[in-house]
Design a binder for this molecule. Sequence first.
Ligand SMILES: N[C@@H](CCC(=O)N[C@@H](CS)C(=O)NCC(=O)O)C(=O)O
Length: 222
Amino acid sequence: MTDGVLYIGNKRYSSWSMRGWLAVRLAELDVDVRLIPFERPGPTKAIAALSPNGLVPFLEHNGARVWESMAVCDYCAEVAPGLWPADRVARAHARSISAEMHAGFRELRMAMWMNLGRDFSGLGRTPGALADIARVEALWAETRARFGGGGPFLFGASFGAADAMYAPVVARFLSWKPEVSAETSAYCSAVRAHPLVAEWYDDAAAEPAEWLVEDYERAPAG
Ligand SMILES: N[C@@H](CCC(=O)N[C@@H](CS)C(=O)NCC(=O)O)C(=O)O
């Protein structure tokens, strides 16, 4: 008997699920993970029926019901405070960049969706997506310069909630290969090599062919 359930969508596509799952795993919550494959056209009925906002991730843990990936990160950080930096100033910065991710980068998310199994090199470079990428690169560089000296992640040696919030952006950069700085590439490599990110990718690669969604597999017009 576990302490609850984390509901997620397809690992291949569901960027918000990836954030919630990473936070839950970093905090080592003892929950069952139930993956509900997306139906298209959506919304997915089984997700709509169980989750308060009709979306995943959705976490039920010891009586708590938590939806929205930022809330899942914050809940997990109550259990495992190390998910946010210990220092007040660094923690404020981590929360700010994570909230910026949660609320924004819409053009990037629309033009370069997450598909862990495809190489969409060179595609999706709309002006809005490129502007979002420039902002992501600037905020990663600033964060690493101020707080990341001790290791390869945003706040140094340990992969925390802010890295979890940006891991699906890394995944997009790896699939769509926009032109980025050497510093950005190094951060992407570090995130991709993290054992939990590697586990998520491996699970995504093992998903059955029936779960593939044609719209997310088709390359956009170059
Ligand atoms: N703001 C939400 C966004 C969650 C979201 O958009 N989830 C998508 C999957 S990535 C979803 O559940 N879609 C339902 C569907 O496609 O049926 C969060 O941060 O958790």
